[in-house]
Design a protein around this ligand. Structure first.
Ligand code: ADP
Length: 608
């Protein structure tokens, strides 16, 4: 659990929260105005009972003390009370309805805006943000979901609970003071005691609530891991281990939740008791003032003050809940606004935007370290010539994909320089650079959508004919046409190899001058590999191609190869030159040939 996120800057307080959330509320000024108006009417309505009861008790008291009791006077009093109370109830119901409706409207609108902004913001972040510790998919998702929920609820609570309750409390206090200064003072002195107790409660419980928040993130992440690895879990019969692990996380959460609840119930009991003491004090004081016939103090005033005091203490009864919600909001806001304000995570861009991109890369003395401290590249220098095919060769983990990541500006080197067409990559307009690069990875992400939509992702303005052409180039057209829904089939239903070819078609439709292929045929069968090779051969004319592959058939076609070993560039030259040099490349090449049983294959082919 423990670690929540590493992007939030320090701990948030209520002022920070307000400052952060204000820009999302201010656009709805008219809603704020209407809600404030309703709040004011509602607060006045909340005091009507006390005033009516005060007047009614005194009027009835006066009536029964008169020697000639008249039913008509009593009826007038009762009718007046009924009309006022029912009328007030009617207005109150209308006010509550509109208050809740507009409050909810505000919550929905703020929630929408928060969600749109955070997604937009996240899309602008550099890759390093997504691979940083604490930003794993599940955790990030939980931070966003809970942040939006908690913040929009805070806005809602503020307008339909906090504001009406506090306005009514202040109004009630003012009325108490106006009726009698002493009673007003007693009521006012009790209030800080409640605040103090609530403050202590909130302080004690904050740690627990933070823990629960971290726990929720851990639970999301672990459920996500289970779903993603379900095949492995089942094939190794590790269901029990996973279930036990889940139970352990949940057990820690349960303990924490129970102890937090226990504290919460203790403090709530204490506060109810203190509130009752307050009411008793008010009754004793007002009764005493009536008994000594203090000017203006009648029997009606006892009821008046007790009822008003109920209004004063109403928000206090809710205070712990408001405090809890606020504390939740503070914790979640830290995580949420941590994402929204992670300015240093925003991808930087230069302004170099040439008409034509040639595709000539020059790396010199490049070091690179991932945010977890793994140094992936050491003093790498290489020249990737325009219009040529360059293969990056090396064992897994040698740093080949890292080079592609750097060339696409996904990450920045620690030191050294990377130039494209003679200009530092950092000076390039990042979007323009990527517009000119086609990237096909070993595992390409197919989006939830049709085959056509997935191919068109490479060029949203492409026509259906372009899509068909790209599908043909990627040798997937015939297979698509055999599907009942053709190009409208859901792409996620396709096999891994078919999805890979959809991704290749996406690159064809983009038609960029620079192409990075990171093991593009790793998940394809032999026939498909040959077909893809043929189509890649067809488009590599006049383009800069960088290919990472374990397939020697693809490597020996390269104009130039760079061999990497443990992050260092150890050999380079044409395939035959590098082979002659011996070393890593020869080892990989020979092992690859042996594993393919090249001799027997050759015999089989010649004896046919
Ligand atoms: P290759 O493509 O040659 O298999 P990579 O470039 O993917 O190798 O990886 C080089 C090194 O960098 C490896 O040690 C790998 O563990 C590490 N690495 C790769 N990606 C990340 C990442 N996102 N965060 C931390 N380390 C990484």
């Amino acid at each position: 659990m423990g670690k929540e996120n590493n992007t939030s800057a320090g701990k948030m307080n209520i002022l920070d929260l307000l400052r952060n959330i204000l820009p999302f509320v201010l656009p709805y000024k008219w809603l704020i105005g209407v809600t404030l108006g309703l709040t004011l009417i509602g607060s006045v309505m909340a005091q009507v009972n006390a005033v009516v009861l005060d007047k009614a008790v005194d009027a009835i008291n006066e009536l029964i003390q008169q020697p000639s009791f008249s039913w008509s006077s009593a009826t007038t009093i009762l009718v007046t009370i009924s009309v006022i109370l029912l009328g007030k109830e009617l207005i109150g119901a209308l006010v509550t309805f509109f208050q809740r409706y507009y409050g909810e409207r505000m919550r929905i609108l703020v929630s929408r805006d928060l969600s749109v902004s955070v997604v937009k913001r996240m899309l602008s972040f550099r890759m390093a943000f997504f691979s940083a510790e604490g930003n794993e998919t599940g955790k990030l998702q939980s931070r966003i979901d809970r942040g939006i929920m908690s913040l929009s609820n805070t806005v809602n609570n503020f307008f339909i609970e906090i504001l009406p309750l506090f306005t009514s409390a202040i109004l009630a206090l003012v009325l108490m003071f106006m009726a009698n200064v002493y009673v007003g003072l007693v009521a006012m002195c009790i209030v800080p005691v409640y605040f103090y107790v609530t403050y202590i409660q909130a302080k004690r419980m904050k740690g627990g609530r933070r823990g629960i928040f971290g726990g929720h993130q851990a639970v999301s992440q672990s459920i996500l891991n289970i779903i993603e690895s379900i095949t492995v879990i089942k094939s190794f019969n590790r269901e029990q281990i996973e279930a036990d692990r889940q139970a352990e996380i949940q057990r820690t959460m349960t303990d924490l939740q129970l102890s937090t609840r226990k504290q919460s119930y203790f403090f709530n009991g204490l506060k109810s008791f203190l509130e009752q003491i307050g009411t008793v004090l008010i009754i004793i004081l007002t009764a005493y003032l009536v008994l000594i016939e203090y000017p203006g103090m009648t029997i009606g005033k006892i009821m008046y003050h007790v009822m008003l005091f109920a209004n004063v203490s109403a928000p206090i009864r809710q205070l712990h809940r408001i405090y809890d919600d606020m504390n939740d909001a503070l914790i979640y806001a830290e995580g949420f606004f941590g994402i929204l304000h992670a300015d240093d995570e925003v991808e930087d861009t230069g302004h170099y935007h040439p008409q034509q991109v040639k595709g000539d890369f020059e790396l010199s003395g490049v070091d690179f370290t991932y945010s977890n401290g793994t140094q992936a590249l050491f003093n790498v220098s290489m020249h990737i010539e325009r219009g040529k095919i360059t293969a990056l060769v090396g064992l897994s983990g040698a740093g080949k994909s890292t080079i592609v990541n750097l060339l696409d500006k996904f990450y920045h080197p620690d030191c050294g320089s990377i130039k494209l067409d003679g200009v530092e990559l950092s000076e390039w307009d990042t979007q323009w650079l990527r517009e000119n690069v086609g990237l096909v990875l070993q595992k390409n992400h197919i989006f939830d959508g049709s085959i056509e939509e997935n191919i068109k992702y490479g060029n949203p303005s492409a026509t259906h004919e372009d899509v068909v052409k790209a599908a043909r180039q990627a040798y997937i057209y015939d297979q698509i046409m055999q599907l009942p829904n053709g190009f409208q089939t859901q792409a996620l239903q396709l096999s891994g190899g078919q999805q890979q070819r959809i991704a290749i078609a996406r690159m064809f439709i983009k038609n960029p001058p620079i192409i990075f292929l990171d093991e593009p045929t790793a998940s394809l069968d032999a026939i498909a590999t040959e077909q893809i090779k043929a189509s890649i051969d067809a488009i590599k004319e006049g383009r800069t191609v960088i290919i990472i592959s374990h397939n020697i058939g693809q490597i020996i076609d390269a104009d130039r190869i760079y061999v990497l070993k443990e992050g260092r560039m150890v050999q380079h030259g044409s395939p035959s030159e590098v082979y002659q040099q011996g070393g890593v490349y020869k080892d990989i090449f020979d092992a690859s040939a042996r594993s393919m049983n090249v001799d027997k294959i050759a015999n089989t082919i010649t004896n046919k």
